[in-house]
Design a protein around this ligand. Structure first.
Ligand SMILES: Cc1cc2nc3c(=O)[nH]c(=O)nc-3n(C[C@H](O)[C@H](O)[C@H](O)COP(=O)(O)OP(=O)(O)OC[C@H]3O[C@@H](n4cnc5c(N)ncnc54)[C@H](O)[C@@H]3O)c2cc1C
Ligand code: SF4
Ligand code: SF4
Length: 397
């Protein structure tokens, strides 16, 4: 069970020293500058504008495996990286999530020691589970060289405690994460999308403004975002944690494997030398190209903000007339922000959500929880810290 009001049960509260949550938790008093410096050798550089959005990186690429792997969420780069580490004998085990045997959508933490067992972990599950609770058991079994695949709130806690955990070698493969919810809530959402929700095997919010569904008979269906039944979901469908977390792109991973900037392919942020080492392991199994960039995000983000203001104020979302939805749904992939501009738009949207929801529900947490770079992201949209919301200098805490 979650440990505090804002907690995604990353596993630290279940460890032998649960009091470490105080320094490890993204939702208490994160210090991104210090951890970015510890992990990557430097914090994000304001002269490299995209680092304000995505965190420190050496390079960003569009990528896909030449032979996509069965069951993967995209082409399977994430699990293939871990497989390669096991094949090379570079690590003792991989810590990641597998599907719960009784519910394929529920994540369950596992330690994987054989490359062939990574196939079972492919694909995205909705919800969170105590990944880091397996750190101590892993170390007790003598697994000191680990790869960890995780979402940002898990990776923040891992990095905050990395030094004291005493790994011999650690590879961190991160995925972006946003709009997560409990697995139970996710089942309610699937029930709205299909009369036979149990037949849905895959769901993804694609960068072309469509949700893709796949079914166990091989059928595929796409639904434009605008036609999703989102406005009928209860206001607490997304937990406050996932409406207010501040790291969309997993800035403390060695390599982030996402899709937002990939325009239909995957999108990699190679953040440091260890990330380069990971990518080299794929050799010519992976195709790389420069990410695209098109459209302008300002209008889309401004419209999104107006709706978040209503939602955060407890008002119903402003709905578009039904006759207009198919037209706008058709237009958005053509004229909306695409490639890196889409990724920037999503990061700004998430920053706006953080400010507006935290301000309404837990204003006293703002000064410690919202780092300065998030305020810079929302500034163009007229949001500024009020008295009492200004970030407290980490040194002064
Ligand atoms: C809740 C959630 C929201 C996401 N939102 C975005 C987004 O907005 N933008 C974006 O670019 N990418 C997002 N991602 C990442 C994206 O879905 C893909 O996982 C990623 O692009 C890797 O694809 P792949 O084919 O390489 O992964 P695969 O090779 O299929 O491997 C996926 C890996 O993710 C792990 N995993 C699956 N579910 C979870 C979970 N609930 N918690 C922790 N680990 C899990 C699996 O164990 C596996 O190791 C999200 C992921 C999750 C879990
Ligand atoms: S560190 Fe993890 S377990 Fe502890 S409060 Fe934060 S999310 Fe919950
Ligand atoms: S949306 Fe944020 S808080 Fe929620 S699971 Fe993902 S990283 Fe964690």
């Amino acid at each position: 069970m979650p440990h505090r009001a804002l907690c995604t049960d990353c596993g630290i509260s279940r460890s032998s020293e649960p009091e470490r949550c105080g320094k490890a938790c993204q939702f208490i008093a994160p210090d991104y500058d210090a951890l970015e410096t510890a992990v990557h050798g430097r914090a994000r550089d304001p002269r490299r504008t995209d680092e304000l959005f995505f965190g420190p990186f050496k390079r960003m690429v569009r990528a896909s495996l030449a032979k996509p792997l069965a069951g993967a969420q995209w082409t399977g780069i994430t699990t293939r990286l871990a497989e390669r580490l096991l094949e090379e004998g570079a690590i003792d085990a991989v810590l990641t999530m597998a599907p719960d045997p009784s519910d394929k959508w529920r994540p369950v933490p596992v330690l994987v020691t054989k490359a062939e067992d990574m196939a079972h972990c492919r694909g995205m599950r909705m919800g969170y589970a105590p990944l880091l609770a397996l750190l101590e058991p892993a170390l007790e079994q003598g697994f000191k060289r680990l790869a960890i695949i995780g979402i940002p709130c898990q990776i923040y806690a891992l990095r905050a405690l990395e030094k004291e955990l005493g790994f011999e070698r650690l590879y961190v493969i991160g995925t972006p994460c946003s709009d997560n919810t409990t697995t139970a809530n996710f089942h309610d959402f699937l029930n709205l999308l299909s009369d036979e929700p149990e037949t849905i095997t895959y769901l993804e919010f694609r960068a072309d403004y469509h949700v893709e569904l796949r079914f166990n008979d091989g059928r595929m269906k796409t639904i434009p975002f605008l036609q999703l039944p989102l406005s009928t979901l209860p206001p607490d469908f997304f937990p406050l944690t996932c409406r207010t977390c501040v790291d969309y792109t997993n800035v403390l991973a060695d390599i982030t494997v996402g899709y937002m900037g990939g325009q239909g392919e995957q999108w990699l942020l190679v953040r440091n030398e260890r990330g380069e080492e990971l990518l080299r392991l794929l050799g010519d199994e992976v195709r790389l190209s420069a990410p695209g960039n098109a459209g302008k995000r300002k209008g889309a983000v401004t419209g999104f903000m107006a709706n978040v203001e209503r939602a955060a104020g407890g008002l119903p979302l402003r709905k578009m007339p039904d006759w207009l939805r198919p037209i706008v749904g058709w237009l958005m992939p053509k004229i909306g922000p695409r490639g890196l501009e889409f990724a920037r738009a999503r990061v700004e949207m998430k920053a706006i959500e953080t400010i507006l929801h935290l301000r309404r529900h837990m204003p006293r947490k703002m000064k410690n929880m919202v780092p300065p770079h998030v305020w810079k992201l929302v500034e163009p949209y007229g949001l500024k810290p009020d008295e009492g919301e200004r970030p407290v200098d980490a040194e002064a805490r």
